[in-house]
Write a protein that binds this ligand. Structure first.
Ligand SMILES: [Zn+2]
Ligand SMILES: [Zn+2]
Ligand SMILES: [Zn+2]
Length: 328
């Protein structure tokens, strides 16, 4: 396996002829006492409020491997590097049948805390430029394991979508000295047609130019660039964030069988990009958020037909429907 950079779009692609891995049949390896127990990296809990234990383990067939150097090199005009990185599975709990949106505030808090700890810890590795958390739920989202899990990857490059956001946020800040996410949020709060839920510190909303029907974001109301710093600093008080994440996923799973969820947070500023001053204003210009993209099975294909996203449900109608769903 190797990483190749598209010389035109500048995005990195993992390329290789390795056979596709399939989760082994039989008993679940992530359940306590399962066969082939995974290599545990870190465990959190259980705590006195009934949260955890949650654990982070090495992905059984990782896309990226921790050993070695990226060895970035040219092949003619092309850029190539080794698939150095980290690929972990966050086992959200010991129960095989309880998903994140069926969990208590205490349990979700433990999950968020472990995710933040892992991201922070992986960022100490100066080879890594970006670390993220994601969850693919449902067959059409490419779910890999039956056990309720999320995944973390650390990469030697910043993935394309987040790189676009980082550059756009930086440019906006250079022009206006304001965070584009804060500006957007202020406007959305004034005319809350696209707001799904508001709490004291967090909000969920359908973005103005949603890429697919019922796209929903969850973000802090006040400016915070880094998810991991924020969560670690509030480690005793993650109840509101946990509840809003649960509500948001309950809304999404009420309308779709599958979804992608991804965390967008600051790139690794311990990395030498800091010395090179790539992301000089990132603490002021970027604003962490979760993006959740539901997959409405039968209608998945036409969205991409014209190489332009198009959705047949407006963000306002989507927010209205999502808002009215009952959540616990
Ligand atoms: Zn299991
Ligand atoms: Zn902001
Ligand atoms: Zn984003």
């Amino acid at each position: 396996m190797e990483l190749r950079k598209d010389p035109i779009t500048r995005s990195w692609v993992i390329v290789g002829d390795e056979p596709e891995h399939h989760a082994p049949e039989g008993r679940c390896s992530f359940c306590p006492g399962g066969p082939k127990p995974p290599q545990v990296i870190s465990t959190l809990g259980p705590n006195e409020h009934g949260g955890g234990p949650v654990m982070s383990v090495v992905h059984p067939s990782p896309l990226y491997r921790v050993e070695g150097e990226p060895h970035r090199r040219s092949e003619g005009i092309y850029d190539v590097m080794n698939t150095v990185g980290a690929h972990e599975v966050l086992v959200q709990g010991i129960r095989h049948d309880i998903e994140l949106w069926q969990s208590s505030d205490a349990e979700i808090s433990q999950f968020l805390l472990l995710a933040a700890q892992r991201i922070q810890d992986l960022k100490r590795d100066l080879r890594f430029k970006y670390v993220t958390l994601f969850k693919n739920h449902g067959i059409s989202a490419g779910q890999e394991f039956d056990h309720p899990v999320s995944q973390i990857t650390a990469t030697t490059f910043v993935p394309r979508r987040v790189l676009y956001e980082l550059r756009a946020a930086r440019d906006f800040y250079a022009d206006k000295e304001r965070c584009v996410f804060c500006d957007t949020l202020n406007q959305e709060m004034r005319a809350p047609d696209r707001i799904v839920e508001t709490g004291a510190d967090y909000v969920s909303l359908c973005p103005f130019a949603s890429r697919i029907p019922y796209e929903i974001w969850l973000m802090p109301r006040r400016h915070e660039a880094s998810f991991e710093r924020s969560v670690l600093s509030k480690s005793g008080n993650l109840t509101e964030l946990s509840a809003m994440l649960r509500h948001t996923l309950q809304r999404v799973t009420a309308i779709a069988e599958a979804f992608h969820m991804v965390l967008h947070t600051v790139p690794n500023t311990y990395q030498k990009s800091n010395i090179l001053q790539y992301w000089k204003t990132v603490d002021e210009d970027y604003h962490w958020h979760f993006e959740i993209l539901p997959i409405l099975g039968t209608r998945a294909k036409p969205y991409f037909l014209k190489e332009v996203y198009y959705t047949n449900i407006s963000s306002e109608a989507a927010a209205d429907r999502l808002r009215k769903l009952t959540v616990r």
